[in-house]
Ligand binder design. Structure first.
Ligand code: NIG
Length: 391
C-alpha cells in the first residue's frame, strides 16, 4: 500500500473544479489535500481532512495544480544569445535562426542532448511545472528527428510532438516539396511510435497553407493529434486551417483577425498563448481578452526554446498574460493548468480532485493573484509531480 501525505493549512486551494469551490477556479479556503502514490485521494476543508501517514504544513500558502506546459522545444544544443542580442538592437525575429540550432543539435551526441534536456526539465519542475510537452524540430533528418523524440520520451516529459515541418531542411533548399515528401513519408513512419502529436510551423519563411495541410493530413493518417504553430509573426491562415482540420491546439495566436477569434470560439481547438515569446521577439501581446470574451478555450505555455523565448518560466507567462494580454489572474491560472491539459487532450492533470494525478504546486504566496501582483519573484515553495516531492 502506498504511503499517504496530507498537505494542510492551505490558504487558497485552486481546484479548477467550480462544483467544489468558489469562482472559475473552484477555490476552497483553509483547505487540505491528501495524496497517495501518484494520485490525489481527498480534497476538502482542513477541518474535515482524514489522517495520513505523513503531513506537510503549507503554512498559509496557496496550492495550485502544477503548471501544464503544453508548448516547448527542449531537445537542442548550441547557443543563440548573439541572435537575441542582435534582436534587442533592432533585428527582427525570423525563423532563419532555427537552422543554427539544427546544426548544433545534429553535432551533439545522444548523451549530450539527454543531459541538456534533463537540466531544462529540472528547471521547469523547480518552477512548478508538472506536465510537460516538448517537440522535435531541430533535427530535420529522419535519424536526428527520431533520436530527438527518443531522447525526449526517455527524459521525463509527458508528451512528445513531431515537428519535422519546423522549417525546410537546408539540404532541400532548392526543393522544399521533396523535404515534405520525406517528412510526410519515411520520417513520419519512423517517428510515429515515439510521439503523440504532429505539428507544423505555418508561417511566411516556414510552410504555407497548402504544405501545412499536407503535414496535418499525413498526421491524421497515422492517428496523431494535430497541433499548429500559427499567426505568430503576422495574420495568416494558420488558425483557420487548424480549426478546419480539427487540431487540438493552435499555438502563438499573436495576430488574430476577428474572424479567427470567432472560429476559435466556435471550435474545440485550444488557442495557446505564448506571452513570454511575444515579449522576447518584440511582438505585440496576443489578444487574450478578446479570446476569453468570445468564449474560446485558452491555454498559456512557456514556449521554452533557444531562439524566440529561452525561459521555461510559467509564472512569468501567467504574469504577462494578466499584465499584457488582459486576462484576469483567475483566467490566466486556469489557462496555464486546465487549459494546458486541454491543449494536450489530457483529463488526468490540471485539476485537483480525487483520482487526478498528484501534481501540486505550493506557491510562496497566499493566493494566485501574487503571480501578477509581484512578477519576477520566485513563487514556488514546493512541488509534487505524480506524487513525488521534487522541489
Ligand atoms: O515556437 N516558431 C517556431 N518555433 C519556435 C521558435 C524556434 C526557434 O527560433 O528556434 C517558436 O517560437
Amino acid at each position: 500500500m502506498d504511503r499517504s501525505t496530507v498537505v494542510s493549512r492551505i490558504s487558497n486551494l485552486v481546484t479548477n473544479d467550480p462544483a467544489v469551490g468558489t469562482g472559475l477556479l473552484g477555490i476552497i479556503e483553509d483547505a487540505a489535500v491528501v495524496i497517495q502514490g501518484d494520485r490525489i485521494v481527498w480534497v476538502g476543508p482542513r477541518s474535515a481532512a482524514p489522517d495520513a501517514d505523513s503531513s506537510f504544513d503549507a503554512g498559509g500558502r496557496a496550492v495550485l495544480p502544477g503548471w501544464v506546459d503544453s508548448h516547448s522545444h527542449l531537445v537542442f544544443a548550441g547557443d543563440r544569445s548573439a541572435e537575441f542580442s542582435a534582436r534587442m538592437a533592432g533585428e527582427p525575429y525570423e525563423a532563419g535562426g532555427i537552422i543554427t540550432t539544427v546544426a548544433a543539435t545534429r553535432e551533439a551526441s545522444n548523451a549530450e542532448l539527454s543531459g541538456l534536456l534533463a537540466r531544462r526539465v529540472a528547471e521547469m519542475v523547480a518552477g512548478g511545472t508538472t506536465c510537460i510537452e516538448t517537440k522535435t524540430g531541430y533535427g530535420l533528418t529522419t535519424v536526428d528527428e527520431v533520436r530527438s523524440a527518443v531522447v525526449a520520451a526517455a527524459g521525463g516529459v509527458d508528451a512528445v510532438t513531431f515537428l519535422g515541418a519546423h522549417v525546410n531542411a537546408p539540404e532541400f533548399a532548392s526543393d522544399p516539396d521533396a523535404y515534405l515528401d520525406l517528412v510526410c513519408g519515411p520520417m513520419l513512419e519512423a517517428i510515429a511510435p515515439q510521439v503523440q502529436f504532429i505539428d507544423v510551423f505555418c508561417e511566411k519563411g516556414a510552410f504555407d497553407e497548402a504544405r501545412s495541410r499536407r503535414v496535418l493530413a499525413a498526421g491524421i493518417r497515422k492517428g496523431l493529434g494535430l497541433k499548429v504553430h500559427g499567426n505568430q509573426l503576422g495574420e495568416g491562415s494558420g488558425v483557420r486551417m487548424a480549426v478546419d482540420c480539427g487540431a487540438v491546439s493552435v499555438d502563438h495566436c499573436t495576430y488574430l483577425s476577428s474572424r479567427d477569434i470567432d472560429l476559435l470560439a466556435g471550435s474545440s481547438t485550444v488557442a495557446t498563448l505564448l506571452p513570454v515569446c511575444d515579449l522576447s521577439t518584440r511582438q505585440p501581446p496576443a489578444p487574450g481578452r478578446k479570446l476569453a470574451d468570445a468564449g474560446a478555450t485558452v491555454a498559456i505555455a512557456s514556449n521554452c526554446n533557444p531562439g524566440s523565448c529561452y525561459t521555461p518560466s510559467m509564472a512569468l507567462a501567467v504574469a504577462l498574460a494578466v499584465l499584457q494580454c488582459g486576462l484576469t489572474a483567475d483566467e490566466a491560472v486556469a489557462a496555464a493548468t486546465l487549459g494546458g491539459a486541454r491543449a494536450l487532450a489530457r483529463n488526468d492533470v490540471g485539476v485537483i480532485a480525487p483520482g487526478m494525478r498528484a501534481d501540486l504546486h505550493v506557491l510562496d504566496a497566499p493566493s494566485h493573484h501574487y503571480l501578477a501582483y509581484r512578477p519576477g519573484l520566485p513563487m514556488t515553495h514546493a512541488v509534487w509531480r505524480a506524487g513525488l516531492r521534487s522541489a
